[in-house]
Design a protein around this ligand. Structure first.
Ligand code: NAD
Length: 505
């Protein structure tokens, strides 16, 4: 990969910025390789529609080669055989290299996926590096167990890596989603085959190069870019993959569980969609803070966040005042060139996703919701994929924009009469990823938080986040948890070893 410009060079708009060159080849067994059949696809930037590079269009044969390399690396113990403290040092080095390449990685992410460069660097690069460092640091501090059995035997309960882990991730936080899975999987000694999204494959390939540079042996971390049905399905169906860790839509997540069952009953973990309720009671302790969180969180990352608070429930008596404040914030979120450091909302990932967002906006209008702000495609950079921050009022829970995940900067505002009413409405959705409740009443806060069916509930905030806490969903938001020490459960098997003690003293 040719060295990229630094952020300081990026004051100009992209159209004035010479395009860096990227290497879109797969990374298998420590080597950059083309797809076996030579097929490629265009990697198009949503910033202005340019083709960034050609990417290897991997398919079954490439997945087979990558899985064989991963299996060989696992069997000869070139990675799992290292002492945990040694793996720790290499993982920390890997994190340091990510940090050392922060500008280039951030620029790649902004160009490939359309997010503002300041968040690509400040959030995505930092979080990915922190995650890899955290799991590296954790791995030599975890002890196994001895069971309280009778004295005639010793029962050791130990954790072992599952073996070869397939990882499939989406395009919205390409580095973070990959790091949440590869970090715990690699730290405990597994080999990994990662399939990034076809919409944002470039940083995953670069991460694998940095892992090699850090000392993770060839074959341990492989990346096979390509389309879901062509490269993802062969990975999920593979008879020699022991675990598949997937983040993406609920539609494909269901197929992943079927493919796991149809093949070798590999462990399948799925982090899926959301339609998170953000509930503001009239006794909210700080209305301005609640407005900032409601608006900032739905428009962050162009609304392309699984946990975006896309359903805003405001108690009827304060709704008007709340919306007035919210609308005043909207001009601050107009989309701009992602490469401009002042931009807070960038481009939608591609034309297909942009059409989906616009279709949902049309459905909101036709089903009777009231468009308060936005709703239109705009062109801050010619040829790019941009849409205005959009707010609908008068939404009811039966409308499509209240039920389905839009994955764009569209806020649906609903109202409620009391706690029981809002809990019923909030829970009447297939998803259960995240939720928030704003109130100064501790009893109400606790009662509502308990009653909400969601993997994470915030009280008087929305965006608390830390690698130490689990992340994942109830209901159709998925199975399993990323982040925290709990994530190790996904990538390890529990083994019991009985040792007979014939003559206890
Ligand atoms: P997607 O399901 O379309 O694709 C996700 C990944 O699966 C991609 O790499 C894709 O190529 C692959 N894929 C597609 N079809 C496949 C198939 N038949 N077999 C195997 N792999 C296949 O999702 P997306 O559009 O990339 O991402 C958006 C979705 O991800 C949203 O629903 C969002 O909520 C969800 N998401 C969830 C979390 C979470 O932690 N819960 C985090 C981020 C995104």
């Amino acid at each position: 990969m040719v060295p990229l410009r630094t952020l300081d060079d990026l004051k100009a708009t992209m159209t004035e910025t010479p395009m860096p060159t990227f290497d879109g080849r797969a990374l298998i067994n420590g080597e950059r390789v083309a797809a076996r059949d030579g097929q490629t696809f265009d990697c198009i930037s949503p910033v202005d529609g340019r083709v960034l590079t050609q990417v290897a269009r991997c398919a079954g044969a490439d997945v087979d080669t990558a899985v064989s390399a991963a299996r060989a690396a696992f069997e000869d113990r070139r990675w799992v055989g290292k002492a945990p403290a040694q793996r720790k040092r290499i993982m920390i080095r890997f994190a340091e290299l990510i940090q050392a390449n922060a500008d280039a990685l951030a620029l790649t992410e902004a160009l490939d996926m359309g997010k503002p460069i300041k968040y690509a660097k400040g959030v995505d690069v930092n979080s990915a590096a922190n995650c890899i460092r955290w799991y590296g640091e954790a791995v030599d501090k975890i002890y196994d167990e001895i069971a309280p059995t009778p004295q005639t035997a010793l029962a050791l309960i130990t954790r072992e890596p599952v073996g070869v882990v397939g990882v499939i991730v989406p395009w919205n936080y390409p580095m973070i989603m990959a790091a949440w899975k590869i970090a715990p999987a690699l730290a405990v000694g597994n080999s990994v085959v990662l399939k990034p999204s076809e919409k944002s494959p470039l940083t995953a390939l670069r991460l694998a190069e940095l892992a090699l540079e850090a000392g993770i042996p060839p074959g341990v971390f492989n990346v096979v870019p390509g389309y879901g049905p062509e490269a993802g399905s062969p990975l999920a169906l593979h008879m020699d993959v022991d675990c598949i860790a997937f983040t993406g839509s609920t539609r494909v997540g269901k197929q992943i569980h079927v493919m796991a069952g149809q093949s070798n009953l590999k462990r399948a973990w799925t982090e899926l969609g959301g339609k998170s309720p953000n509930i503001v009671f009239a006794d909210c302790p700080d209305l301005d803070k609640a407005v900032d969180a409601a608006v900032g969180s739905i428009f962050f990352n162009q609304g392309e966040s699984c946990n975006a608070p896309s359903r805003l429930f405001v108690e009827a008596s304060i709704k008007e005042a709340f919306l007035e404040k919210a609308l005043a914030k909207v001009p601050g979120y107009q989309p701009g060139n992602p490469l401009d450091r002042n931009t807070v909302m960038g481009a939608i990932v591609d034309e297909t996703q942009l059409s989906t967002v616009l279709r949902y906006i049309e459905s909101g209008k036709s089903e009777g919701a009231k468009l308060l702000a936005g709703g239109e495609r705009v062109s801050p950079v010619a040829g790019g994929c941009y849409v205005q921050p959009t707010i609908f009022d008068g939404v009811t829970n039966d409308m499509t924009i209240a039920r389905e995940e839009i994955f764009g900067p569209v806020l649906s505002v609903l109202s409620f009469s009391d706690a029981a009413d809002v809990v019923r409405q909030a829970n009447s959705n297939v998803y259960g990823l995240q939720a928030a409740v704003w109130t100064r009443d501790i009893n109400k806060a606790h009662g509502v938080a308990r009653a909400l069916r969601a993997g994470t509930v915030h009280v008087n905030s929305y965006d608390e986040d830390d690698i130490t806490v689990p992340f994942g969903g109830f209901k159709q938001s998925g199975v399993g948890r990323d982040k925290s020490l709990h994530a190790f459960d996904k990538y390890t098997e529990t083994k019991t070893t009985w040792i007979r003690i014939d003559s206890p003293v």
